[in-house]
Ligand binder design. Structure first.
Ligand code: PHE
Length: 336
């Protein structure tokens, strides 16, 4: 004898235990399908006596309706669970920190180079650039450097041919500049220069110079000093200790060097109270003016050539010039 209540209980339990849609469909087919358990029962009702058939038939039919809604409810549950699971799996945690590619930055030397250019631009200078491979004439002859001058020695100069060399300073750009434009001239000329010399903590065989040239009708040595003092205060702030000392260059007369005291803002010496030479300068030699066809009776001027590495060393208290060329990230990363 079929007991519909027991059957309901048993099937309800089975339905609730099913854990996937596939299993649920199988179970559904085995109960309500064409050859399913309940379908069979309904079919066999015909064999029962009328009274019994009426009662059991009604019970089984309402069980069928109930079971259909149980299956449907469970199907929805499983469907939802599946969606939840796949959302969970594909979820992106937007709060996780991303992978940061390492950020590049300007080389400290370029930063200082640019700062120096900006300082001179703010003082009304133009920028002019000449070649690194230079004629001997521009590097030496036109600058009043005679053939027997020690700077021409094989040990100071990288020669390419008899007449061609790697410029040893940016001063040849003075000549190029004056050949190309007439006074008034007020320009800086930055670039790499090369010297065949022993490398040590303050010397390298390639370094950056910035040449300056002012030519007009009545420039004086006071203009030169004033311009350079203003420049130092723009780069280092006010109060940096400087000193002009007499010097000699064949292409300036009189000539001087500017020294800056090597200590930091708090007055601490990085190099034991050493004065570092940062530039050579002077009033343009009359012969240099004549070499470019300018009359020294009418025109005068001043020039300077500064070492960018040295300015950077003083500014950031770096006692070793070679650090600029070594590409050591521990060094470079300190300069944001
Ligand atoms: N050219 C000189 C040097 O390399 C520096 C300098 C430039 C001096 C201009 C006077 C005038 O040392």
């Amino acid at each position: 004898m079929i007991n519909p209540d027991l059957l309901r209980q048993e099937l309800q339990e089975k339905i609730s235990l099913v854990s996937s849609l596939e299993e649920l469909n199988q179970l559904k087919a085995s109960v309500l399908g064409r050859k399913g358990q309940l379908t069979q029962y309904l079919r066999s009702l015909g064999e029962l006596p009328l009274e019994q058939r009426k009662i059991l038939g009604a019970q089984l039919n309402s069980l069928k309706v109930e079971l259909e809604s149980f299956f449907l409810a469970r199907e929805r549950e499983l469907e939802e669970a599946r969606i939840r699971e796949s959302l969970e799996k594909g979820r992106v945690d937007v709060t996780l920190p991303g992978i940061r590619p390492p950020l590049g930055r300007r080389h400290p030397l370029l930063q200082v180079w640019e700062e120096i250019e900006d300082a001179f631009l703010s003082l009304g200078f133009d920028i002019y650039e000449g070649p690194e491979v230079e004629w001997e004439y521009y590097n030496f002859g036109a600058l009043n450097i005679p053939p027997d001058h020690p700077a021409r020695d094989m040990w100071d100069t990288f020669y390419i041919t008899d007449k061609m060399l790697l410029r040893t300073h940016t001063s040849p750009d003075q000549i190029r500049c004056m050949e190309e434009q007439r006074p008034p001239i007020k320009a800086i000329m930055p670039g790499l220069v090369y010297r065949h010399e022993a490398v040590d903590a303050t010397h390298m065989d390639v370094f950056v110079q910035i040449e300056g040239l002012v030519v007009d009708k009545d420039t004086t040595f006071a203009d030169l000093k004033g311009t350079l003092e203003l420049f130092v205060s723009l780069i280092f702030g006010p109060g940096r200790k400087t000193m002009f000392v007499p010097s000699y260059f064949p292409f300036t007369e009189p000539s001087a060097e500017l020294l800056i005291l090597w200590d930091d803002e708090k007055g601490h010496n990085a190099a034991g109270g050493k004065w570092l030479e940062v530039l050579g300068c002077g009033q343009v030699h009359p012969q240099v003016l004549r070499n470019v066809g300018l009359d020294p009776q009418v025109y005068s001027g001043f020039a300077f050539g500064l070492g960018v590495e040295r300015i950077a060393m003083l500014k950031y208290n770096i006692p070793e010039i070679r650090l600029f060329m070594e590409n050591d990230l521990r060094f470079l990363e300190q300069f944001g």
